[in-house]
Design a protein around this ligand. Structure first.
Ligand code: SAH
Length: 232
């Protein structure tokens, strides 16, 4: 099923309009024609089926035949991840986390992060394609924070789980009940060099629970995927 993205601002009076990459994808890549049916998500839970009424160079106009609203899936998971050095690995981790249900991705600089900046344009288009590919109707948000502290101050989460390879496995079980009962759970994964001792102290002082992802030392991107997969 071909699924396209149009933000709410492009959906009015029973019509949805595909623009930019989405219009190109429909008309050029999928060679869609007037009369063809397609599905559109608006990134805020809106899920529409419609029929193409007009194709121009820059847009595809779709008449909506059926409209539904999908509520935000529970639990509401936020993945907080140190900015890892290799861009393709970071993008891979972000894409998989979104497919696995991360509603928000918060990238942060920390004591051991090497890289300073990320290609936000690439991450945002990757979030749209991951939403469409995984047939979700909610678009995950991606933010970058200057430090772990700034991220913790800015992100609302009533439950914080910290993946830490040094925690004693026996004590590092995930408290699934706390995740189910929380509004928003923040799952934290460190960069390649992990969290520093003082960051771990700080995180536990702020109520973060240290969690083991098993006996093996995982790469950060693997840990992000393993962590998200615990809540499927
Ligand atoms: N500090 C180590 C490994 C860091 S791995 C080093 O210097 O090589 C990067 C991140 O992945 C860690 O900060 C942690 O969040 C996560 N991670 C890796 N393996 C893990 C495990 N077995 N249990 C929990 N978290 C793990």
């Amino acid at each position: 099923m071909n699924i396209f993205y149009a933000p709410p601002s492009q959906i009015n009076n029973g019509y949805a309009e595909l623009l930019d990459q989405e219009a190109i994808h429909a008309s050029k890549v999928m060679r869609a024609r007037e009369g063809d049916k397609l599905t559109i998500v608006d990134g805020e839970g809106g899920h529409y089926r419609g029929i193409i009424r007009r194709i121009t160079k820059k847009s595809v106009q779709v008449e909506i035949e059926d409209a539904q609203h999908h509520s935000r899936p529970k639990p509401h998971l936020v993945l907080g991840m140190g900015i890892i050095k290799k861009r393709d690995r970071l993008e891979f981790a972000v894409e998989k986390a979104i497919e696995l249900g991360a509603a928000q991705i918060c990238l942060f600089r920390s004591e051991h992060t090497i890289k300073e900046n990320v290609r936000m344009d690439r991450l945002e288009s990757l979030a749209i394609s991951a939403m469409k590919q995984s047939l979700q109707a909610h678009l995950s948000t991606i933010e970058v924070y200057h430090s772990l502290d700034v991220m913790l101050e800015s992100v609302f989460a009533d439950n914080i789980l910290v993946a830490h390879e040094k925690v004693d496995e026996a004590k590092g079980d995930i408290n699934y009940k706390s995740v189910r009962n929380s509004e928003r759970t923040l799952l934290l994964v460190g960069p390649e060099g992990g969290f520093s001792e003082s960051e771990i102290r700080d995180l536990t002082d702020k109520g973060g629970e240290l969690v083991s992802l098993g006996p093996n030392r995982l790469r950060a991107e693997t840990a992000a995927i393993a962590f998200m997969s615990q809540f499927l």
